[in-house]
Design a binder for this molecule. Structure first.
Ligand code: ADP
Length: 268
């Protein structure tokens, strides 16, 4: 049976119900895969042009994953098919002193896309109920109420013209081991290796619990989550690209009307 990626609002998420290795009946070299990737990219590019010209709506793409989960690769793949003028990537790292002196959504709100634009969040406000919870950086009563605050924030965005797509790139613990080992083996990947990732790996189960709660509590009709089987990079890229394309199609941006009659204009 096909594994749906969209999590229905109201579902209590159990990650054990999802297979990070899922890839349907397809394989990497199937011509269908190349065709679907190409079709999604071509259509996405055209729709983005209309979104940009229309300048009435925006698209926010949130990417969350465990270390090595493929956020960077997904961004490279998705963005390569877009016009850079109409999109930007915001990466959320450990907050600065200035950021910590504000509410947790302050730095996030500033990076949301303006009308006509697509913004991709490499990590996001969800870190404030994930790493912050796992490492007990704030008391439980503080991170608990963030679920409601996030839902209200996302509702504000959707009610004011921003569509939100949230992707959890789901890899297995074994796949993470292989990817970390690959980084150790390959000198061109050494820069990506961080000893801190090994410490986080030890907290895998706590992270999965925190993810399950975030995916359950912040999964609204306005801003639902997609759980993407991400052990196979080609499958992950295809599903993410197709989901973005379908969303842009549903947003149905229109070429704007001009307020002057162009039919009489002659360019001399
Ligand atoms: P990435 O792993 O995304 O490629 P880095 O290696 O620089 O980039 O990691 C960014 C780090 O910042 C991650 O460990 C992440 O958990 C952390 N981080 C992001 N947001 C927060 C936050 N709100 N509070 C604490 N840590 C955060």
């Amino acid at each position: 049976m096909a594994q749906p990626t969209l999590v229905k609002p109201g579902t209590k998420v159990k990650l054990a119900d999802y297979d990070p290795d899922y890839h349907g009946s397809l394989s990497k070299r199937d011509p269908e895969v190349a065709q679907r990737l190409e079709a999604a990219a071509t259509s996405m590019y055209k729709l983005q042009q209309r979104l940009y010209a229309e300048s009435e709506q925006a698209l926010l793409i949130v990417l969350q994953a465990m270390d090595t989960g493929g956020k960077d690769g997904t961004i490279r793949h998705v963005m390569s098919g877009l016009n850079p003028q109409g999109c930007h990537v915001a990466s959320f790292k450990v907050p600065t002193t200035q950021e910590l002196a504000h509410d947790f959504l302050w730095r996030v709100h500033r990076q949301t896309p303006r009308k006509g634009q697509i913004a991709v969040f490499n990590r996001s406000h969800y870190e404030d109920v994930l790493v912050v919870r796992v490492h007990k950086l704030v008391p439980k009563k503080v991170w608990r109420r963030r679920y409601r605050q996030i839902n209200e924030f996302e509702r504000l965005l959707t009610e004011t013209g921003t569509r939100i797509l949230k992707f959890f790139l789901y890899i297995s613990k074994d796949e993470q081991k292989e990817r970390l080992e690959a980084r150790l083996r390959d000198p061109s990947k050494h820069w990506k290796f961080s000893v801190a990732d090994l410490k986080e790996r030890k907290l895998w189960d706590q992270y999965m619990e925190a993810y399950e709660d975030a995916l359950t509590n912040c999964n609204t009709e306005a801003a639902p989550w997609h759980i993407i089987p991400a052990n196979r990079k080609w499958y992950r890229n295809m599903v993410v690209a197709e989901t973005i394309e379908a969303t842009l199609r549903d947003m149905d941006p229109q070429w704007p009307e001009t307020d002057v009659d162009l039919s009489d204009i002659v360019v001399e």
